[in-house]
Design a protein around this ligand. Structure first.
Ligand SMILES: Nc1ncnc2c1ncn2[C@@H]1O[C@H](COP(=O)(O)OP(=O)(O)OP(=O)(O)O)[C@@H](O)[C@H]1O
Ligand SMILES: [Mg+2]
Length: 148
């Protein structure tokens, strides 16, 4: 049986670059209750930042989704054993081939000088990264991290 989280949050905000730092702040504020180590906090913020940047940059690009529906849905849970799970979701175009998208250096935005390292960074700085995506429906990226 899955135990309910000790604490959680959910928030929705526009997928605008101004909200990238906002998302980092939310993650920091939520994790503050664990009095995290500075380096572990920085790692989580870096991973969250990549996930949110992907929504801002990719999720709605080239779609006819109206501006008011271009959102980031961010949620988090604190679980037993100082484990944090942060989910960054969108209702955008989705990813055709998640396995390929997760490969280092894979990008669909080479022209915009993206390096294709976002997912690799997430994998480096979170303990586990889970990606679920449906073309035309959206993407959900789950970042798990255990704090010492
Ligand atoms: N939320 C999303 N919605 C749609 N496509 C996405 C989303 N997140 C990632 N992708 C796709 O996955 C690819 C790889 O993402 P990744 O973050 O690794 O690299 P990038 O964003 O292209 O470059 P970088 O993160 O280094 O600036 C992207 O180029 C994009 O095609
Ligand atoms: Mg990226």
């Amino acid at each position: 049986m899955k135990r309910s989280p000790q604490n959680r949050f959910k928030c929705v905000f526009p997928a605008k670059s101004a909200n990238e730092s906002f998302a980092r702040m939310i993650a920091s504020a939520f994790v503050a209750q664990l009095d995290p180590r500075v380096d572990e906090l920085a790692d989580l913020k870096t991973a969250v930042s990549e996930a949110v940047t992907n929504v801002i940059v990719h999720a709605y690009a080239g779609t006819d989704i109206p501006p008011e529906e271009r959102v980031v849905i961010m949620s988090g849970e604190l679980r037993e054993g100082r484990r944090i799970a942060v989910t960054v979701k969108d209702r955008g175009k989705g990813i055709e081939d998640v396995k390929k998208a997760r490969e280092p250096l894979f990008t669909t935005s080479a022209a915009e000088e993206r390096s294709g390292m976002g997912f690799t960074v997430m994998e480096t700085f979170a303990d586990t990264v889970k990606v679920a995506s449906r073309p035309g429906k959206g993407t959900s990226v789950r970042l798990y991290k255990r704090f010492t």
